[in-house]
Design a protein around this ligand. Structure first.
Ligand code: PMP
Length: 401
C-alpha cells in the first residue's frame, strides 16, 4: 500500500500529449503538427549557426565560471532584452523606467509577472483572449488572479472579432489586466492591424486597463524583429505602464534552454526600482536564480553587431520558410478542389494555422492519415515541409469531403 494510492491519473497536457501519441505511432508517414517547434525542410530540429558559434565561444572562454547568477539574472541579458523588445532608442529604457528580470522562458516570465500582480496590484482580474494558448488560464489562475476572457476569434470569417473584443474590453472593470499576444496569436494566427491596435490602445488607456504582453514570437511572424514588436512599442510610447513577457524559445531556437525575460515598464525610475526589489522576493522562493547558459548565449548574440546580423538572417529564413508552407498548403488544397475557402491559411501569420477543422475531422486525420495536431484544428506550419504538404492536403481533403 502506498500513501499515494488515492492519487488519480491526470490527463495528458493537451498540447504535449499530441507528441506522446505521435511517438507511439509506428507509421512511416506519421506527421506531428501539434507542437510549436521549428523544423527544417528535412523535418529536423534546428540549432541556429549563430547559436552554435556563441556556444563555441563560451566553451573556449576558460575564464568563464559557473557561479550563481543574481536573483534577477544576467545584467547584460536583461538590458539587451529590454532594448530588443522596446527598441534601442526607447525613452522608457533611457529613463531607467523599465525593470527587466531574466526568467525561465516565456512561461516563467508570465508566471513571475502574474505572481507579482497578485501580490501588488489592486485589480485581481485578468482578461485573456478566447481562444488563447492553453497554459495562460492555468498560469494566471494558479497565481491567484481571477481569469476572464474577451472575444477574439470569429469562426465564420476565421479572422478577428474586433467588435466583440472592443465590447468585452469596454465592459471590463477599470484597472483590469489584459493579456495581449504581441504578434502571431497562438492558436489562431490572427493579429489586429496597426489601426486596430491603436484603437485597442486608446480604449485600454481610457479605462486604465493594464496591458500584459506575451511576446513568444518576436521576429517569427513577419521575419522582422522591429515590426513584430510594434504593438508593444505603441503602448510604451504613450508613457503608460505595461508588462512584457519575452521568450527566446522560438526566435533563437533555444526551447529547452528556457531563456526569457519579464520587463515591467513603469512611470518612473523610482517605481521601477521598487518593483524590481519586490520581483526578487517573488523569484527567490520559487527557483532562487535563473540558469546561466542560455542567457549567456543570448547576451553574446545581442551584444555583437555581426552575430546580431547573422541572427536576423537566420530568423528571417525560418519565418520565410513558414510563410512559403502556407502558400504551398493553400495551393495544394486549391489544386485538389477541396471544398471551402482556405484563404485564411495564407492570411493568418506566425507558427500556426487555425484550420477550422473540428475535433471529429482531426480524429479522422489522425486515424486514417497518421497526422497529429491539437483537437481544436491548430496545425504548426513550422512542422510542415514541401515533402509532407501533399499528404496533409490529401488528409484535409478527405476529412472535409
Ligand atoms: N506564450 C505563447 C503564446 C506561446 O505560444 C508559448 C509557447 N508555446 C509561450 C508563451 C511560452 O513558451 P516558452 O515557455 O517555451 O517560452
Amino acid at each position: 500500500n502506498s500513501v499515494f494510492d488515492h492519487v488519480v491519473r491526470a490527463p495528458e497536457d493537451p498540447i504535449l500529449g499530441v507528441t506522446v501519441a505521435y511517438n507511439k505511432d509506428a507509421s512511416p508517414v506519421k506527421l506531428n503538427l501539434g507542437v510549436g517547434a521549428y523544423r527544417t525542410e528535412e523535418g529536423k530540429p534546428l540549432v541556429l549557426n549563430v547559436v552554435r558559434r556563441a556556444e563555441q565561444m563560451l566553451v573556449n572562454n576558460s575564464s568563464r565560471v559557473k557561479e550563481y547568477l543574481p536573483i534577477v539574472g544576467l545584467a547584460d541579458f536583461n538590458k539587451l532584452s529590454a532594448k530588443l523588445i522596446l527598441g534601442a532608442d526607447s525613452p522608457a529604457v533611457q529613463e531607467n523606467r523599465v525593470t527587466t528580470v531574466q526568467c525561465l522562458s516565456g512561461t516563467g516570465s508570465l508566471r513571475v509577472g502574474a505572481e507579482f500582480l497578485a501580490r501588488h496590484y489592486h485589480q485581481r482580474t485578468i482578461y485573456i483572449p478566447q481562444p488563447t494558448w492553453g497554459n495562460h488560464l492555468k498560469i494566471f489562475g494558479l497565481a491567484g488572479l481571477s481569469v476572464k476572457t474577451y472575444r477574439y476569434f470569429c469562426p465564420s470569417t476565421r479572422g478577428l472579432n474586433f467588435q466583440g473584443l472592443l465590447e468585452d474590453l469596454g465592459s471590463a472593470p477599470s484597472g483590469a489586466i489584459v493579456l495581449l499576444h504581441a504578434c502571431a496569436h497562438n492558436p489562431t494566427g490572427v493579429d489586429p492591424t496597426p489601426q486596430q491596435w491603436e484603437q485597442i490602445r486608446q480604449l485600454m488607456r481610457s479605462k486604465a486597463l493594464l496591458p500584459f504582453f506575451d511576446s513568444a514570437y518576436q521576429g517569427f511572424a513577419s521575419g522582422n524583429l522591429d515590426i513584430d514588436a510594434q504593438p508593444i512599442r505603441m503602448f510604451v510610447a504613450d508613457g503608460g505602464e505595461c508588462f512584457v513577457a519575452q521568450s527566446y524559445a522560438k526566435n533563437m531556437g533555444l526551447y529547452g534552454e528556457r531563456v526569457g525575460a519579464l520587463s515591467i515598464v513603469c512611470r518612473s525610475a523610482d517605481v521601477a526600482s521598487r518593483v524590481e526589489s519586490q520581483l526578487k522576493l517573488v523569484i527567490r522562493p520559487m527557483y532562487s536564480n535563473p540558469p546561466i547558459h542560455g542567457a549567456s548565449i543570448v547576451a553574446m548574440i545581442l551584444k555583437d553587431r555581426n552575430m546580431f546580423q547573422e541572427w536576423t538572417i537566420e530568423l528571417k529564413a525560418m519565418a520565410d520558410r513558414i510563410i512559403s508552407m502556407r502558400q504551398k498548403l493553400f495551393d495544394a488544397l486549391r489544386s485538389r478542389g477541396t471544398p471551402g475557402d482556405w484563404s485564411h491559411i495564407i492570411k493568418q501569420i506566425g507558427m500556426f494555422t487555425f484550420t477550422g477543422l473540428n475535433s471529429e475531422q482531426v480524429a479522422f486525420m489522425t486515424k486514417e492519415y497518421h497526422i497529429y495536431m491539437t483537437s481544436d484544428g491548430r496545425i504548426s506550419m513550422a512542422g510542415l515541409s514541401s515533402r509532407t504538404v501533399p499528404h496533409l492536403a490529401d488528409a484535409i481533403h478527405a476529412a472535409v469531403t
